[in-house]
Design a protein around this ligand. Structure first.
Ligand code: PEP
Ligand code: MG
Length: 372
């Protein structure tokens, strides 16, 4: 009889023929992008860029965010630009011809700044040895203390960082635009899209978008290669969902970040889902599965529906996707189909499952059980 591989390929082919949802992948390296493509991803729905600032580049990030003077920050940004350009060129090449949604940096600050306890211990140890701490270390500790947050996940993240650190957005957008120019000149078909994270108010998006457009125009002028990148936003805060009609005026696409939307709708820390009370809630049947795993249709799902409806009312045909973990969860895929989304984006390994479920959802023509 038919081998398993052939049977799976046939099922995927059938699903692809009927599904309405496009399936993209979340990937932020050329290797992951290539893998996603082999699994049948139709683009990248979320290219997170904060990972690109770790490792050896951490010192530059420190300099950029904590820089005591403007010239130190500018030097750090200038050093980051070619590195970022190379990051984006690689990903656009791996996904040539398909959309790549690049999200502007969204780091929880504590993952990027030096640990202040460690710093303080180092300073104290130096003092105990009778060594004068370097002025740099003292300044660094002061700066880190000033920026310390008790709730980094609700702090200086996403668009907030872009609005507060001068030159950061411009550097990233220039790197994207220059990568597009490079790929275009090499005969490729780069399709970069730029996405703004953690927007709660349309004003944040408007300011950020103007900066993005300014840099795109600048690079187009300099290079003679017109660079067009749709600019859109994550919808991952309840306020963004509830004001989606206004947000849509500044966004060429929406992408639901259901990880943060679940965290902020329930008030559960996404970093503490292993905490004891979570399993107690499961035991008591307060929820059947973690709302971080399967979309909570009543709360988070309601916000998704509101945002889809108001966003499309304000901007007919608005492209809408999801890139939170739920994008690859079978039950949630049915919900997103029913809610009228254009695409789901999930980890490369979940792409085949998402394709199958999107096909099933289309065939069943159900409302995804969303009848409450
Ligand atoms: C989300 O919040 O669902 C999301 C996709 O962004 P991140 O997980 O990077 O916060
Ligand atoms: Mg998020």
């Amino acid at each position: 009889g038919e081998g398993v591989v052939a049977a799976v390929a046939r099922a995927l082919g059938r699903a692809d023929a009927v599904r309405r949802l496009e399936v993209r992948a979340n990937a932020d390296t050329p290797e992951d992008a290539a893998r996603a493509r082999r699994f049948g991803a139709q683009g990248i729905g979320l290219c997170r860029t904060e990972h690109m600032f770790l490792g050896e580049r951490r010192k530059l990030v420190e300099a950029m965010i904590l820089a005591p003077d403007e010239s130190a920050r500018e030097r750090a940004l200038a050093a980051l630009l070619p590195l970022q350009r190379r990051d984006f060129t690689g990903i656009l090449e791996a996904m040539d011809g398909l959309p790549v949604t690049i999200r502007l940096i969204d780091p929880p600050l504590h993952e990027f700044l030096p640990d202040r306890t460690e710093l303080a211990v180092r300073l104290a140890a130096a003092e105990a040895r009778g060594v004068e701490p370097g002025p740099h270390d003292t300044e660094l500790l002061d700066a880190v203390n000033r920026m310390h947050e008790e709730n980094p996940m609700l702090g200086l993240r996403g668009v907030r960082l872009g609005l507060v650190v001068p030159g950061l957005v411009a550097m990233q957008v220039r790197a994207i635009a220059e990568a597009v120019v490079e790929r275009t000149r090499a005969g490729g078909s780069p399709r970069a899209e730029i996405m703004v994270p953690l927007v709660g108010a349309v004003e944040e998006l408007r300011i950020e978008r103007e900066e993005v457009e300014r840099v795109l125009a600048e690079v187009s002028r300099e290079s003679g290669v017109p660079v067009h990148c749709p600019v859109g936003t994550m919808i991952e805060l309840p306020r963004a969902a509830l004001t989606a009609g206004r947000v849509a005026a500044e966004a060429e696409f929406f992408s639901f970040g259901t990880n943060d939307l679940t965290q902020t709708t329930w008030g559960f820390s996404r970093d503490d889902v292993e905490a004891a009370f979570f399993s107690a809630y499961l035991d008591k049947g307060i929820f059947a599965t973690s709302p971080f795993e399967t979309l909570d249709r009543d709360g988070v799902g309601r916000l998704v529906r509101i945002a889809v409806e108001e966003g499309r009312a304000a901007r007919p045909g608005l492209k809408i996707g999801v890139c939170g973990e739920h994008g690859g969860d079978p039950d949630s895929v049915h919900f997103f189909h029913a809610a009228g989304l254009d695409y789901v984006s999930c980890s490369p390994f979940r792409v085949p499952v998402a394709r199958l479920e999107a096909g099933r959802a289309a065939l069943e023509g159900t409302d995804g059980g969303d009848t409450r």
